[in-house]
Structure formats: C-alpha cells, structure tokens
Design a protein around this ligand. Structure first.
Ligand SMILES: Nc1ncnc2c1ncn2[C@@H]1O[C@H](COP(=O)(O)OP(=O)(O)OP(=O)(O)O)[C@@H](O)[C@H]1O
Ligand SMILES: [Mg+2]
Length: 257
C-alpha cells in the first residue's frame, strides 16, 4: 500500500523469490515465489513432507535457500544479521522450544525483560497479559517446562513468541497438541491479536478448516512447490490443480452454501 505522500510502496513483510532448498538429492522447497503483504494472515497447508516447515525456517534464516532469495521487510535474509532478524520475526513451534532451565514466567519474560531492563513491572504485566490470553493459570508461573503437558507447553511457546512483540510471527502447527475447545478459543484469540496489532502471521497447519478460518490468504504446497496462493473463497471456487481440488472437495459444499 502506498505510504501517504511519500510516493513509495512498502515492501511486502516477506517475499520468497524463486526460493529453492535441497537436502541431498531431494528438493524440500522448489522455486517458490510468493509475497506476503504486511499485516496479512497467511496459512500454509499441504501434505506431510511437502516443505512447509522448511519454507517457514527460511524466513528467520534457520534455513538459507540454495537458489533464489527470501526478503524480510525488503531486505534479503542473506544480508541480515540473524540475531537482528529474529528480533522482528517470532517463531512458535511445537516441541522442545522452551528453555528447560527457565520457569514458565521466565520463558515468557525472556524477550520483554531484555527490552524493559529497568522496568520489572512492565515485564510482569506483559507476562500476566499473555498468560491470560492463552489461558494459562497464573499458578503455572513457577513451573518448569518438564512439569507441563504438551498443550500447556505449546501455549507457553505461543505466549513467549507474542510477548516479544514481533512484526512477523511464524507459527508451525502451534495448536496441534491442544484439545478441540482450547484450539477453537486460541484460534479466536489469535485472530483478535492479529486484528488488533497488525502483526503479519505465517501459520502452518494440517487442518484445512483452521487454514480457511484463520487465513486471509492460503498457500497450498505440494512436493515443495507453491501450487496455489489465494483467498479461501478463490481456492474453494477455483482450485488451481487437482491436488487442491481433492483437498477442498469435501469442504466446498459446506463453505460455499
Ligand atoms: N534437515 C534436513 N535434512 C534432510 N532432509 C530434510 C531436512 N529437513 C527437512 N527435510 C526433508 O525435506 C522435506 C520437507 O520437509 P519439511 O519439514 O519442510 O516438511 P513439512 O511440510 O513441514 O512436513 P510435516 O507436515 O510433516 O511437518 C521432507 O522430505 C523432509 O524429509
Ligand atoms: Mg513441518
């Protein structure tokens, strides 16, 4: 969108430009060119092994493309300091991402306490706010990650990623370990956070309903390629390839009725 009066166009939050990543002889991400507009919510779906996680990891330089480039806020990840890059790009993944030697409170406070060095109260307030938002009782503040269930640990991971106030948030199947009711309320909460903060979200999911509910654009991947990148409505009404057609066939009647 053009900036008022400046006559300039803001770069996309994230842009993949012919990005390719190989592992040995197999291609995990194959010539992907996609632009993610600032403030948008993009969901990424596709079968297991199609390259979703690899694509996400290219955004915060955990993976570098072998060919092509990835731009974050207009700058190539190859030219950015990874530490600086990861300050503006939050990453919430399932599994062992929490610091095991820090409590729930210390995990969530990790980045805010770096930012508010001389203002403990501000950090405390941030921890409380994000714990409330992801529905973690305050009695869990002093627990260690090993003392949490999978779903609770996942919520701490989400709170920690959000508490860092990133411009761009990468989420890799963040709700896979929570029950259906919690999942639904976390989806609503994330939608509200997205609308309120204008943060750009890239969200990987296996769940097509979740992809269509959360995403204002959906990126469909198949065997490393981006086969369709469009609004949920356009994907449902005009699937670009047979794979997408099969993926949405059962949902079409429900969504378009
Ligand atoms: N570090 C690695 N070394 C070797 N091969 C890898 C590595 N990381 C990923 N791959 C391979 O690259 C392909 C894409 O993997 P990726 O993790 O991106 O898939 P995914 O779409 O996230 O799958 P899932 O839905 O199962 O999480 C897979 O074939 C995978 O085996
Ligand atoms: Mg994955």
């Amino acid at each position: 969108m053009p900036r008022a009066g400046a006559g300039r166009v803001d770069p996309p939050a994230v842009a993949f430009h012919h990005a390719t990543k190989r592992f040995g002889s197999s291609i995990a991400v194959n010539d992907v060119s996609v632009a993610v507009e600032e403030g948008s919510f993009v969901t990424v779906i596709g079968s297991s092994g199609c390259g979703k996680t690899t694509l996400l990891k290219m955004v915060n330089a955990l993976v570098m493309p072998d060919e092509g480039s990835v731009f974050v806020q207009g700058r190539a990840t190859s030219e950015l300091d990874p530490v600086e890059l990861r300050r503006s790009v939050g990453y919430a993944i399932q599994g062992s991402v929490l610091f095991p030697h820090l409590t729930v409170e210390q995990n969530i406070a990790f980045v805010p306490s770096l930012l508010n060095k001389h203002d403990r109260r501000r950090t405390d307030a941030a921890v409380k706010k994000w714990m409330d938002l992801v529905d973690l009782p305050s009695t869990m503040r002093a627990r260690y990650p090993a003392e949490l269930s999978g779903g609770q640990a996942q919520r701490v991971g989400i709170a920690r990623a959000l508490a860092a106030s990133p411009d761009i948030l990468l989420m890799d199947e963040p709700f896979s370990a929570v029950d259906a009711i919690t999942r639904s309320s976390l989806q609503d909460e994330l939608k509200r956070i997205h609308e309120r903060t204008g943060i750009t979200v890239l969200f990987v999911t296996h769940d097509i309903d979740e992809a269509f509910y959360l995403g204002d654009r959906v990126l469909v991947m198949e065997a490393g390629r981006a086969v369709q990148y469009a609004s949920p409505h356009d994907i449902l009404s005009a699937p670009a390839v047979p794979f997408v057609d099969r993926l949405v066939a059962k949902r079409r009647a429900a969504y378009l009725s």
